[in-house]
Design a binder for this molecule. Structure first.
Ligand SMILES: Cc1cc2nc3c(=O)[nH]c(=O)nc-3n(C[C@H](O)[C@H](O)[C@H](O)COP(=O)(O)OP(=O)(O)OC[C@H]3O[C@@H](n4cnc5c(N)ncnc54)[C@H](O)[C@@H]3O)c2cc1C
Length: 401
């Protein structure tokens, strides 16, 4: 009998692939990634803003703050080493009303506490030196922020897994897992697999994957669609790099921003609209199962009661180009209707606690022979190398027990 431990990773998004790459390279066992889709990075990872986040926003000491700082620098080094197109271009955060100034000062404090150096306060005129078409009353420049395409990063993770004798099995859907003697019996749409350990990196399905392993996740995934507009090519010159508003600290999302993409073009967005389907990229994508799942959860109604006003605003911005444009015009008043057209969308897997609170930090649950990643929202793409390394270490410890 083969004595080498085998490790199954569910999900070939950036977190699953990074974990698999670290495990495959450490040669602690045979690594197999199961992915439902026909390619890697088809969900959150392949439909995000492509920003290498600095770590400005996160609560000092949180898992997000630590992993973002470590992961960001690791991501820059990785991109350099493997020739992945990227740019450390910096970003500005723009205050447009006086009531945003205390929040911006708080952001600066957080950034400093999170080890960011070189953050610079910008006056109204200095904002124009960075972004001539922006209008605001003050701003912050953060030099550590950058841009990349995370699909490009995943392709390299995938190649390195294969080169280290791991396997990424596409079109292979995880169905269930139960303990079987000294290991795990895993069922997939392509048959049964016996494994020693399992890592759940199922993103939008991660709570269901956990349940299908007999593990109570303690959270429920709520899908929030993020829709983008694109600037028409003649207006690309309006945006040099990345332009963000001051975020509302009570919300887990950053507010619509303008982002230059690494392969060209400028995106505006994403908003944050409750999706009627976990993989609901369009307004009319509806899943009865997903909607019932939410409707039957008391936490959901508590969340809805708290955020209904914000939610209605987001729906309005989703339906109305004019309303979306208005949000952008706060940062760049000269933008006009004909300057933007609808682009793609991504769906965030946001974990919600039973009391309806949206879980802010990364949330990873360990169970016998298993690790379940149950909340890996932004900046998990930035932080993927740090998160993957940590999970791989956990599995190595379990193997050595
Ligand atoms: C609109 C948007 C913008 C964002 N912008 C940024 C940004 O600029 N910078 C940043 O750092 N982060 C950003 N994020 C967050 C980042 O994209 C995510 O944190 C990250 O991609 C999460 O990766 P993941 O591997 O956990 O999930 P995913 O990429 O969603 O991967 C999960 C995978 O699991 C697979 N799967 C699910 N169930 C099964 C099953 N039963 N069997 C087999 N496979 C299964 C899915 O098909 C999927 O491929 C953004 C996210 C969104 C949605």
């Amino acid at each position: 009998m083969n004595k080498e431990p085998s490790i199954v990773i569910v999900g070939a998004g950036i977190v699953g692939l990074s974990t698999a790459m670290h495990l495959a390279q450490s040669r602690v066992g045979k690594v197999l990634v199961l992915e439902t889709e026909k390619d890697v990075a088809e969900h959150q990872t392949g439909n995000n803003s492509g920003v290498i986040h600095s770590g400005l926003y996160y609560k000092p000491g949180s898992s997000k703050a630590k992993n973002c700082a470590e992961g960001r620098e690791a991501m820059y080094d990785f991109c350099k080493e493997y020739g992945i197109a990227h740019e450390r271009c910096g970003k500005i955060v723009v205050a447009t009303h006086a009531d945003e100034l205390p929040r911006m000062a708080e952001l600066e404090k957080r950034g400093l506490a999170n080890g960011l150096t070189g953050i610079k306060q910008l006056s109204k005129d200095e904002l124009k030196d960075h972004e001539p078409h922006v209008t605001g009353i003050a701003g912050l420049f953060v030099p550590q922020t950058g841009i990349v395409n995370y699909r490009d990063v995943c392709r390299v993770y995938q190649r390195l897994i294969t080169e280290s004798e791991g396997e990424v099995r596409l079109g292979c859907k995880f169905i269930s897992c139960r303990r079987d003697g000294n290991g795990l019996a895993i069922e997939t749409n392509q048959g049964k697999i016996h494994a020693s350990f399992l890592v759940n990196c199922g993103g939008l399905q991660s709570d269901r994957v956990a349940r299908a392993c007999g593990v109570e996740p303690g959270v429920q995934i709520v899908p929030f669609r993020g829709e983008y507009y694109e600037l028409v090519p003649e207006k690309h010159h309006l945006v040099r790099n990345l332009i963000y508003p001051v975020p509302d600290p009570s919300l887990p999302f950053l507010g619509v921003h303008l982002t230059r993409m690494i392969h060209g073009g400028v995106e505006a967005g994403p908003n944050a609209v409750l999706a009627f389907k976990r993989e609901g990229y369009k307004l009319l994508d509806i899943s009865i199962r997903d909607m019932f799942g939410l409707a039957l959860s008391p936490g959901f109604w508590r969340m809805a009661a708290k955020f209904w006003k914000t939610g209605m605003g987001e729906f309005h911005r989703s339906l109305s180009k004019k309303a979306f444009l208005k949000a952008l015009q706060r940062l760049m008043p000269e933008l006009q209707m004909q300057d933007i057209h609808r682009g793609g969308a991504g769906v965030r897997a946001q974990a919600m606690a039973p009391d309806g609170k949206l879980v802010d930090d990364f949330h990873i649950v360990e169970a016998e022979r298993m690790v379940h990643v149950l909340n890996a929202p932004s900046p998990a793409a930035t932080a993927s190398l740090a998160i993957g390394k940590t999970i791989a270490k956990k599995i190595e410890q379990l193997i050595n027990l």
